[in-house]
Design a protein around this ligand. Structure first.
Ligand code: PLP
Ligand code: COI
Length: 355
């Protein structure tokens, strides 16, 4: 495995107030960087002081968006120790994204080692107060200085980290979501199943329109018929209809969320009926009108479990569970975050300790 060299920062930054972290506002003292050159593979793995990158204006990522990223967290337990949640799932998804975007794979063991060394060096940045964590953002960019459209021959892989609180200012209070019928995020055969920057660029306009109207995020419909529910801007979605939890199947155009997968596994473990299937927006709104849509929530690393209190589609708005968090949503939140923060036992082997 590649050796990772370490250069420590000479001066450390002042840490932010843990009560005012928000999401993605502050960055730690160090970052991990390594380079890829075709024919040579990955090289120059290093941990260095967090600093701006010098990038040539003709760098390919700036023009054709050959970029992938991941989102994961390190959690501090009550005894002060630090742990990760299913980190191998992130590097495996990164490598699936990379394959789609013709980018090189990252070795799983090296990824884990880089993560552990980086978090160890910036250990004091993992926040202490409840509901906070250290958000970790691994990403890869194409660095050839060239304007032809083809795969780059050189890449940088970087990991940066940010201490975070809640993703939505609402916290665990239910969010309002707007069902988007005009713009689409992704189509089958495209890059929807990957975590690449371009997917998010395409989503910003609808998100901004929803925000102007008082909605936190959009709920995407499938890109072909605009009929089936896909996912929310930064979360997968689940609906409790009657006593069954329904979530859109992995169609190729939605992100296979690690929180989604974990919720499905938890629900099955509890004996709750879960179906991964196509769910038409009409079916969802009909269930709401008949009083059978009893809970709705989003799942994601940044947002964890986010209850949905209202859904707007064209001219119809439905309120779910009186705009309050439902019992099953709360139970999932408590158990999932309980495992992540080491407050409840992990029967699944999801936790990877830092040391
Ligand atoms: N869907 C999108 C578009 C996302 O950006 C995310 C967040 O990463 C998710 C779903 C949830 O994925 P995960 O649970 O792996 O964080
Ligand atoms: C996540 O990591 O959970 C994300 O959704 C990434 C995001 C903030 C775009």
């Amino acid at each position: 495995m590649l050796q990772i060299s370490v250069t420590k920062a000479e001066t450390l930054k002042q840490k932010p107030d843990e009560n005012k972290l928000g999401f993605g506002n502050f960055f730690t003292d160090h970052m991990f960087v390594m380079e890829y050159t075709e024919g040579k593979g990955w090289h120059d793995a290093r941990i260095v002081p967090y600093a701006p990158l010098a990038i040539d204006p003709a760098c390919m990522v700036l023009h054709y968006a050959q970029e992938t990223f991941e989102g994961m967290k390190a959690y501090r337990k009550a005894d002060g120790s630090i742990q990760f949640f299913r980190p191998l799932e992130n590097v495996r998804r990164l490598n699936r994204s990379n394959e789609r975007l013709c980018m090189p794979a990252v070795d799983e063991d090296l990824f884990l080692e880089a993560l552990k060394q980086l978090v160890s060096i910036d250990e004091n940045w993992v926040p202490h107060i409840p509901e906070t964590s250290l958000y970790i953002r691994p990403f890869m960019i194409a660095t050839d200085v060239h304007l032809g459209v083809h795969a780059s021959h050189t890449y940088k892989f970087i990991i940066i980290m940010s201490p975070v609180g809640a993703y939505y200012p609402e916290g665990l209070n239910p969010v309002k979501i707007f069902v988007e019928s005009d713009d689409v995020r992704a189509v089958r055969g495209g890059t929807g199943f990957t975590k690449c920057g371009g997917n998010y660029a395409a989503s910003i306009r609808a998100g901004a329109r929803a925000a102007e109207n008082g909605y936190s995020q959009v709920l995407w419909l499938d890109g072909v018929e605009r009929k089936y529910i896909e996912e929310v801007g930064a979360m997968n979605v689940m609906f409790k209809i009657g006593d069954e939890v329904i979530t859109p199947e992995l169609s190729g155009s939605i992100l296979p969320g690690i929180t989604r997968k974990s919720c499905i596994e938890l629900l099955k473990y509890w004996g709750v009926k879960v179906s991964e299937r196509k769910l038409a927006v009409e079916e969802l709104f009909a269930a709401a009108k008949e009083g059978r849509l009893v809970e709705a929530f989003g799942t994601g690393t940044a947002a964890v479990i986010s209850p949905i209190g209202a859904l707007k589609w064209n001219d119809t708005e439905v309120v779910i569970n009186n705009g309050e968090i439902g019992a099953l949503t709360q139970k999932l939140y408590d158990n999932l975050t309980g495992i992540q923060w080491g407050k409840v036992e992990d029967p699944f082997g999801w936790i990877e300790p830092l040391k």
